[in-house]
Design a protein around this ligand. Sequence first.
Ligand code: MN
Length: 129
Amino acid sequence: MHITRQRPDSRQGPAENFTGTVWLDEIAAPAVPSRLRMFNVHFAPGAHTAWHTHPHGQVLHVLEGEGLVQRRGGDVEPIRAGDTVWIEPGEWHWHGATPRTFMTHLAVVEAAEDGTTAQWHEHVTDYPA
Ligand code: MN
């Protein structure tokens, strides 16, 4: 058993993968054989990810605020505190805040064998005004 009382420093989401101000807080990344990775992700108003996929899918659980999520070919969907989204393995999608509200979600993935948790693609061009 291991109790974490002091977290790693918050990391800012890199500009190649995110638009706007995004902060990532690692909640859990246990050693092998676990492949679990948990982050709290804090999006400022208007901030969002680029298009991406996850090798084993992703759970998003909205903790605070109002946000948006879209899968390729689908509508932009509103999400708010208490909502949980399952992203299928390999499904192209993006997620983030609405243009005028903060949003924080818990993001849970399983890393691939090589340790990667996402494949990043182009920035979102049709983010709503
Ligand atoms: Mn994702």
